[in-house]
Design a binder for this molecule. Structure first.
Ligand SMILES: [Fe+2]
Ligand SMILES: [Fe+2]
Length: 137
């Protein structure tokens, strides 16, 4: 899961670079749309896996603390849906503003940071080989 986060961060970095070039007047808008499209696909697959994983594993772990509240939260799934809808809308709209795309990328980065903090700060998760395996892989 963290490996997928790393891949998404690389794609976000590429999109951020392209936003800068679009602003500078370079003809890279299509490349930006394609990059956002790739990010939408990667996030969709990742989020589906993440939701499935959390559903499967949480009932087997007794001692979840703050992580449980953070990652199990219905808000988490809603945030996935909101991010994905915004990303798809940005991809469809060839003239989507650079500001909007930039805000969305920042929101995705914050989402990943929050879930990494929640998961990695949880002792029980570090001690559990199954969860460590999933989130580390
Ligand atoms: Fe998430
Ligand atoms: Fe995630």
């Amino acid at each position: 899961m963290l490996g997928q986060h790393a891949e998404m961060r690389a794609t976000i970095a590429r999109a951020t670079e392209l936003i800068g070039r679009v602003r500078a007047g370079e003809p890279v808008r299509l490349a930006l749309q394609e990059t956002l499209g790739a990010l939408a696909d990667a996030a969709h697959a990742h989020n589906a896996r993440e939701e499935e994983l959390l559903r499967d594993i949480i009932p087997t772990v007794d001692a979840w603390g703050p992580a449980r509240a953070t990652v199990m939260d219905e808000q988490h799934t809603l945030e996935h849906q909101a991010l994905h809808a915004a990303l798809e809308a940005g991809v469809r709209d060839g003239d989507a503003s650079c500001d909007a795309a930039e805000g969305l990328l920042a929101r995705m980065l914050r989402h990943m940071e929050r879930e990494e903090e929640a998961v990695l700060s949880e002792e029980v998760l570090r001690d559990d080989s199954v969860i460590t395996h999933y989130f580390g892989g």
